[in-house]
Design a protein around this ligand. Structure first.
Ligand code: IFM
Length: 440
């Protein structure tokens, strides 16, 4: 059982669960355009088992059942994402009316069930046609993205409870353009620097577009990872600090301080697009909240190679199915540090937290329940310290397409049988349902 219930949290504290479009919808259906993830997955060696999101959980057809699961558990909000290529198959130009209708019905379905729709505009489905034009490398991406945002929010915006333009800018830029582990699978420092800047520029323009439609409750969602030096040498401390800069401080500083950290600029400045210093007025739009996605920490060691001259080292803590160390103190740290350093009184949400485990139906997922307990403890400690944390979303509702790892890692509160597409709630789902129904 969860050792927390709603009653332990402040009045109005919101509980939700999260998914993303490509990971669950079934992107081959409904007139969606091709995306960079279809291309990436079709390239041998990029995705385990060469799996892709063509069918995924077939949420495109099964969404009423999935919304029922969210409502039955007692969640207040559902954090879902809208696929750019489903709305605009070529990224700009003709609209796929079937795609817009799908999101229209989905949002109405949430409202009919009393679920607050929390939308994300980009959870990594860059339309392939835009990749041909350079994708995140091309400054024009910010305008294309704002136009797409305006298009879809002209229909949905009046019923959306909250919206964030981009999920996890670090994954969009560093993971995908420097490490090459996500689509488009690039390993190039110049492309990385441009992506790291343009992703924030696109965020700012999209916020402007939504404000122009009269929308409110708009935020940004960053994924944060705790960086621990591998030992107590100054070299390890410096490497861990740079990792923190690349992963965490770059995006929070850009969004909330109108600057990029000097230690990261040491490596990236020569590769930045011309005039980047003049863009902070657009990037740092006033926001209504900030979302933190948190999963793990990394042990960081110095490395003799080229900048950033660091490497990850396997740590000693208990690990999830993906080998990620379980470190709830990192969540407490980020909630406190984000408020203290960047956001002040601005509401914070834990917009993703959860674990992958090799679950089979009928076996209690005690590991996930323990993970949720320990991370909710961390939220409690942050709240006790005065952090204005207003809600917590579990990643994820369903077992789904876990990107380069394919379908093997199971993050869901609900088990998905990928052959029959049957959904089976896990013990963690039942535990949350019990906790959320307990009110004072
Ligand atoms: O599945 C992903 C999600 O798409 C973004 N945040 C992290 C999750 C787990 O890796």
């Amino acid at each position: 059982m969860l050792h927390h219930s709603r009653a332990d949290f402040p009045e109005g504290f919101l509980f939700g669960t999260a998914t993303s479009a490509y990971q669950i919808e079934g992107h081959a259906t409904g007139g969606a355009g091709r995306t960079q993830w279809d291309d990436f997955a079709a390239t041998p060696g990029n995705v385990a088992g060469a799996e892709n999101g063509a069918l995924a959980c077939d949420h495109y057809h099964k969404w009423p059942q999935d919304l029922d699961l969210i409502a039955d558990a007692g969640f207040d909000s559902y954090r879902f994402s809208i696929s750019w290529a489903r709305v605009l198959p070529d990224g700009f130009g003709p609209v796929n009316a079937e795609g817009v209708d799908f999101y229209d019905r989905l949002v109405d379905g949430m409202l009919e069930r009393g679920i607050k729709p929390a939308a994300t505009l980009y959870h990594w489905e860059m339309p392939s046609a835009l990749l041909d034009l350079g994708g995140w490398r091309n400054r024009d991406v910010a305008k294309w993205f704002a136009d797409y945002t305006y298009t879809i929010m002209s229909t949905l915006g009046d019923r959306i409870w909250s919206a964030a333009p981009i999920n996890e800018p670090w994954c969009v830029s560093w993971l995908s353009h420097f490490l090459g582990q996500h689509a488009p699978g690039v390993r190039d420092i110049r492309a990385t620097a441009r992506a790291m800047h343009h992703v924030l520029l696109a965020h700012g323009h999209a916020i402007e577009a939504m404000r122009s439609l009269g929308m409110d409750n708009l935020g940004a969602v960053c994924n944060l990872e705790y960086a621990e030096p591998v030992d107590d040498t100054p070299e390890a401390a410096q490497a861990a600090s740079l990792y923190d800069g690349l992963y965490n401080r770059w995006f929070l500083s850009g969004l909330f301080k109108q600057e990029y950290p000097e230690d990261v600029l040491t490596g990236l400045a020569p590769h930045m697009p011309a005039g980047w210093e003049d863009d902070f007025g657009i990037i740092a739009q006033p926001l209504d909240w900030c979302g933190l996605n948190y999963y793990t920490r990394k042990l960081i060691a110095p490395d003799p190679g080229a900048w950033p001259s660091l490497r990850e080292v396997e740590g000693p803590l208990d690990k999830t199915q993906l080998g990620w160390e379980i470190y709830p103190d990192g969540l407490e740290h980020f909630l406190k540090n984000t408020a203290a350093t960047y956001t002040g009184d601005l509401p914070l949400y834990v917009t993703e937290n959860g674990m992958a485990w090799d679950d089979t139906p009928g076996r209690a997922d005690v590991e996930r329940i323990a993970y949720l307990n320990s991370h909710l403890d961390a939220v409690q400690r942050a709240l006790a310290a005065g952090v204005p944390c207003k809600g917590y979303y579990v990643w994820s509702l369903l077992d789904n397409f876990e990107w380069a790892f394919g379908y093997a890692p199971r993050f869901g509160l609900v088990h998905t049988d990928f052959a029959s597409l049957q959904r089976t709630p896990k013990a963690s789902y039942d535990a949350l349902k019990a906790a959320l129904s307990e009110r004072t």
